[in-house]
Ligand binder design. Structure first.
Ligand code: NAD
Length: 266
């Protein structure tokens, strides 16, 4: 079955690399016009937009720091200017600034919370304002808008040495559920994806060489995930195939959240 997002507009934050880039490409392949947000890497974002346009799709690259309110407002205004509407937000931007808590600088705490949690709030708020104004676009989608928050297995699994990151993703979980509770009567669908270990820049140290073997002990399914594993879930959550899915988190983790160390009786 082919999923079509024809006549829909998607905005993907942090889409110059990794999961965001794969999601933007997959949504464009399904027919959506795509806004590729980037933070500092204009080159890869513009190259991806060129690739999508050369393949007959519609894409633009827009720089914005999702932790900054004026940037986010401009990002959404440019989306409407370019494509006239918004149907799908993939709030994907995220980063890590790891340290044992005793050594963690307030600046690194604030940067992670600012991007991973406040950034998701600012983008979701901007999208909701548009969805509410727009309502259901007849013949385009059954929903008045869809938001997909990129969370992590660490919304559930505590993570020593990464307290800022785990706190941000735990926050995303209840942000997502609260927004879904608040807006689903308007036929707005909000869900999260919680990836496990996906091979991208964010975790290169853990997924390469000898470290990969150690990581695999935590993944019952026996392989590190690819960005397409997540992008395919983004596509499904963005489409009407998931029209009755509201306020839930889809774990894409090869079983990482199943406490694999308990497999042999703990
Ligand atoms: P990545 O580093 O390739 O992508 C993160 C993107 O976020 C980058 O493009 C970066 O430029 C962007 N970004 C960072 N700060 C930003 C800001 N202030 N404004 C706008 N964009 C900003 O890594 P990824 O693995 O593709 O990560 C994407 C998302 O997936 C993140 O939210 C991450 O927490 C989540 N995630 C990844 C994994 C994994 O194993 N790779 C696992 C769980 C969750």
């Amino acid at each position: 079955m082919q999923i079509s997002l024809a006549r829909q507009v998607a905005l993907v934050t942090g889409a110059s690399s990794g999961i965001g880039a794969a999601s933007a490409r997959t949504l464009a392949d399904a027919g959506a016009a795509v806004v590729i947000n980037y933070h500092s890497s204009a080159g890869p974002a513009e190259a991806l937009a060129r690739e999508i346009n050369a393949n007959g799709g519609h894409a633009i690259a827009v720089g914005a720091d999702v932790s900054k309110e004026p940037d986010v407002e401009r990002l959404f205004a440019q989306t409407l200017e370019a494509f006239g509407s918004l149907d799908i937000l993939v709030a994907n931007s995220g980063l890590q600034k790891d340290a044992a808590t005793v050594d963690m600088r307030l600046e690194d705490w604030n940067t992670v919370i600012g991007t991973n949690l406040t950034g998701q709030f600012l983008c979701a708020r901007a999208a909701l304002r548009i969805f509410t104004r727009q309502g259901i676009r007849q013949g385009v989608s059954r929903a008045a808008g869809k938001i997909i928050h990129m969370s992590s297995v660490h919304q559930r699994i505590p993570w020593a040495g990464h307290a800022n990151y785990a706190a941000s993703k735990g926050g995303v979980d209840l942000l997502m559920q609260s927004l879904a509770q608040e807006t689903s009567h308007q036929r707005i669908r909000i869900n999260s994806i919680a990836p496990g270990a996906i091979r991208t820049a964010i975790n290169r140290d853990a997924t390469e060489g000898a470290q990969e073997q150690k990581l695999l002990e935590l993944i019952p399914y026996g392989r590190v995930g690819d960005v397409e594993d997540v992008a395919n879930a983004v596509l499904w959550l963005a489409s009407d195939l998931s029209d009755y899915v509201v306020g839930t988190t889809l774990f894409i983790d090869g079983g990482m959240s199943l406490y694999p160390r308990f497999r042999d009786n703990g």
